[in-house]
Design a protein around this ligand. Structure first.
Ligand SMILES: C[S@@+](CC[C@H](N)C(=O)[O-])C[C@H]1O[C@@H](n2cnc3c(N)ncnc32)[C@H](O)[C@@H]1O
Length: 360
């Protein structure tokens, strides 16, 4: 009985979302892919993320670094404490997380800090930038033990500390523009189809560039660390991925509202926008080198009580995060900085980076 009702609800939601998309195209003509992506992922009631339908991890649609296990957040704590030290151990240190999903990364960070690093934990405030009420509810439930150590905001306020995101930028809506031609989403009967139009505009990732503007406008002192999959200097290909239940789907028009849609990040345009906003590049490297650099700090910081210990589970997590054929090469890490000496003294995560020539 329950199963039937669940299936019926999902069917209803899908139908309503797809019908809304069709109605808009019928009334207003073909729409940009960015508009389509916004509806499929973030429509206020029926979007894949905004409805709370997205599940990440083994039982969900796809894995992320966070869903591999707590080790990822724990390793990042070592990087955050180094940043805090660089900022003179300020007692007003804020970690702003954007794209926090169900709050798991925040939980992994806060639990370790509370258990092992009381001085850092006292100085720390954790702020989640969350536009979707249903995700905020999930995060509040998961993090309730931390009381007012965590707060929520729907827009950025000035802060000192670090802005962190894992797979946020790839989830931001993009237009599909290549060589003066834009692919729009149109209709052939009831079928959603791509239609091509000439276009003068070249900027395709406006939402991520505006997110960088917002962060730059509010970061008083400290760093941005963004982890994502993308391309820096090779020929940038518009690479849309659609995933559901650990399968890549052939088209973004399959399972609308029940599938994730992402686009690989064009790091070069993100870096240029950040520099235009007065941020400096603190490093760029792949996840393998980033985490290896952090591990070397982690081992000394952890004074022999290594978190890895003999735990086979933690070792497996580490291998998944580091291995070049697993997540180690798939993801890159960009560090940006304001009002800190980012060039002569790289953060632990960028110690083995081969791309510091980007520093501006
Ligand atoms: C691919 S998921 C990654 C979730 C999590 N960081 C992880 O690694 O498991 C992308 C997340 O970004 C969120 N998101 C997208 N646009 C956002 C925005 N403008 N502000 C905050 N979160 C956003 C989505 O709701 C979703 O939870």
């Amino acid at each position: 009985m329950d199963v039937e009702r669940w299936a019926f609800d999902v069917f209803q939601l899908d139908t309503l979302l797809v019908e809304f998309i069709r109605e808009t195209i019928r009334a207003q003509g073909p729409q940009s892919f960015a508009w389509f992506m916004q509806q499929a992922l973030y429509h206020s009631e029926h979007g894949y993320y905004s409805s709370g339908r997205c599940v990440i991890g083994r039982k969900g649609d796809y894995f992320t670094n966070v869903s591999v296990g707590p080790l990822f957040g724990q390793l990042l704590v070592a990087q955050f404490t180094e940043i805090w030290e660089r900022l003179g151990k300020t007692d007003d240190f804020v970690i702003v997380e954007q794209g926090a999903h169900d709050g798991q990364f925040a939980l992994d960070v806060l639990e370790l800090a509370q258990k092992r690093l009381p001085e850092f934990f006292d100085a720390l405030r954790y702020r989640i930038l969350e536009p979707f009420p249903i995700l905020e509810q999930q995060q509040r439930r998961k993090l309730q033990a931390f009381g007012d150590k965590v707060n929520w905001a729907d827009s950025l306020e000035p802060f000192t500390g670090v802005h962190f995101s894992n797979e946020l930028l790839d989830a931001m809506p993009v237009r599909l523009i290549t060589n003066g031609v834009e692919k729009l989403v149109g209709l052939d009967g009831d079928q959603l189809v791509f239609v091509e139009r000439p276009v003068d505009e070249t900027i395709f990732n406006k939402a991520s560039l505006e997110a960088i503007d917002q962060i730059a406008a509010n970061l008083r002192r400290g760093y941005l660390i963004a982890i994502d999959y993308g391309v820096l200097d090779e020929e940038f290909e518009r690479n849309v991925q659609v995933r559901a239940k650990h399968r890549n789907l052939n088209s973004p028009f399959e399972q609308i509202g029940d599938a994730d849609i992402t686009m690989s990040v064009d790091w070069q345009s993100i870096i240029e926008r950040a520099q235009a906003n007065g941020l400096r590049v603190a490093g760029f490297t792949d996840q393998h080198h980033f985490l290896t650099g952090i591990l070397s700090r982690f081992e000394s910081w952890d004074r022999g009580q290594s978190l890895l210990g003999d735990s086979r589970k933690a070792k497996r997590e580490l291998q998944t995060l580091l291995h070049p054929e697993m997540l180690g090469r798939a993801f890159q890490v960009l560090g940006l900085a304001r009002n800190v000496d980012a060039k002569t003294n790289p953060l632990a995560g960028f110690k083995f980076a081969r791309r510091l020539d980007q520093s501006g």
